[in-house]
Design a binder for this molecule. Structure first.
Ligand code: TRP
Length: 457
């Protein structure tokens, strides 16, 4: 009987790509990628990152969407249907659901910073503070427990509000308008950045590889971030893939998502670093980079307060469409596995994330989760969650997905699921190339980087 209830579907391939790109493009591209690039010395890190996207994360993205579309369910259910009940592979799906809870819990705190900045812009604080004082606005926010908690709650309430609306009403409608707006804004800012004196230096920083600053931690971080940025490794794209029709081309969708996501990340660097260099700031400024440097640049422009408002509003939007996909994955699990109504499932999982995010919201403060943990363990609670989720859970999940699709699925099913809906002439050779990547290149690469990170090789 349950089988007869048909699953929600995207209204077209374009909306799938937009929603999936909405999931991929987020704080990871605009907040995190520039600052970890800055901390890892630029060029080489970017090169390794691009390699990781092309040879590891994008092929696994295709594998995830494939499982979702073929299994027609959220992570656990889809894998169960493609193997057998009680199969240990279901663990890969479960790992994803847990990963989603963890990621969203601290992601929401950073998204909350955007909301705080929108408030700062609207109240005129960003335009009236003298330029030297702007960076310390972030430091004040960072340590404020009450502001972090407030905005974390507000952001989660919005995310829950959209996911309750379901695939078409909620997720789709939000992405269709918001993604193109973000893209246009990025292009405008990029045009501005090219006029700055620091543009040349910034381009060299991002594109010319020098191996000096590379560490094994940096390689692991590049790999982990390639998963994080594409939303791969925890079943979010798998869940979105389960709403994808069999008439749509999986290859084209995957490539569009990967290219869009990478272009936005590189654009973000080419906006932020020219500003950084032109105004005499450091590229290695850490998590505050976008929040300190962008407002400093805007403060020098006419209508600076308005620019800042638009920028942080769009960053917030990018974060929202990503957060939706994280909550949707956990919610879809609750709906599919426990037969809850969408409303109950969304409220339940949303509240869980809200509570789980409290320690992260308190991580800048002087209490146990912030200063206490940093002094005792070298990382605040927030930093631990981010480190564990992006550098370990996502690559592990990705490894599970790649091995499942490449070694466990039957050739017949895999080939059919990969190629169905594709009108491309070279489908057969693309399939063979992709299979080599998910079979050998991606798993060997992930394992090698893990071993390297723990010091075995
Ligand atoms: N990709 C998003 C970003 O770059 C974050 C994100 C959304 C995500 N869904 C995900 C990360 C699923 C990992 C897994 O900001």
């Amino acid at each position: 009987m349950e089988q007869a209830i048909s699953r929600d579907q995207w209204s077209s391939r374009l909306t799938f790509v937009l929603a999936a790109a909405g999931s991929a493009v987020g704080l990871g591209n605009i907040w995190k990628f520039p600052y970890i690039t800055g901390m890892n010395g630029g060029g080489v890190f970017v090169l390794i990152y691009l390699g990781a996207i092309l040879f590891v994360s994008m092929p696994i993205l295709a594998a995830e969407v494939l499982i979702g579309r073929a299994g027609q369910a959220s992570p656990v259910g889809a894998i169960r249907r493609l193997s057998r009940p009680g199969s240990p592979w279901i663990g890969v799906g479960l790992l994803g659901v847990v990963g989603g809870l963890i990621i969203l819990s601290y992601y929401s705190v950073v998204a909350g910073w955007c909301l705080d900045y929108i408030a700062l812009a609207l109240t005129g604080k960003l335009s009236t503070t003298p330029v030297d004082g702007i960076p310390s606005l972030f430091d004040e926010l960072y340590v404020s427990e009450s502001r972090n908690l407030l905005w974390h709650f507000v952001f989660m309430a919005m995310t829950i509000g959209i996911v309750v609306g379901g695939v078409r009403g909620g997720v789709e409608r939000a992405s269709r308008i918001l993604m193109p707006a973000l893209f246009v804004m990025m292009l405008v800012l990029f045009a501005y950045a090219t006029t700055l004196p620091g543009f040349g230096e910034a381009a060299r920083f991002v594109f010319s590889p020098s191996v000096d600053n590379l560490t094994s931690g940096g390689i692991l971080e590049a790999l982990g971030h390639s998963f994080f940025s594409l939303s791969v490794g925890m079943g979010a794209m798998l869940t979105y893939g389960s709403y994808l029709s069999r008439r749509d081309c999986l290859i084209q969708s995957t490539v569009s998502i990967g290219v869009l996501d990478t272009v936005v990340s590189l654009l973000a660097c080419l906006i932020l670093f020219p500003i950084t260099f032109s105004f005499g700031m450091q590229p290695s400024g850490g998590p505050g980079l976008v929040f300190k440097n962008i407002p400093v640049a805007f403060a020098q422009l006419p209508w600076g307060g308005l620019w800042a408002f638009v920028f942080f509003a769009l960053l917030f939007v990018a974060a929202l469409t990503s957060a939706i996909s994280l909550l949707e994955t956990v919610t879809a699990h609750a709906i599919d596995e426990w037969k809850l109504s969408r409303k109950t499932a969304t409220l339940g999982t949303g509240l869980l994330v809200l509570v789980l995010g409290i320690p992260s919201a308190l991580s800048g403060g002087a209490g146990f989760f912030g200063k206490g943990m940093s002094e005792a363990t070298g990382r605040s609670f927030f930093d631990w969650f981010d480190h564990i989720a992006s550098n370990w859970l996502l690559p592990m999940g990705g490894l599970g997905i790649a091995t499942f699709v490449a070694w466990r699925l039957s050739e017949e099913l895999r080939h059919e699921a990969f190629t169905t809906g594709s009108g491309l002439k070279r489908t057969a050779s693309i399939y063979r190339g992709w299979l080599i990547l998910v079979r050998y290149v991606a798993p060997v690469g992930i394992v090698a980087i893990f071993l390297h990170a723990v010091g075995v090789i």
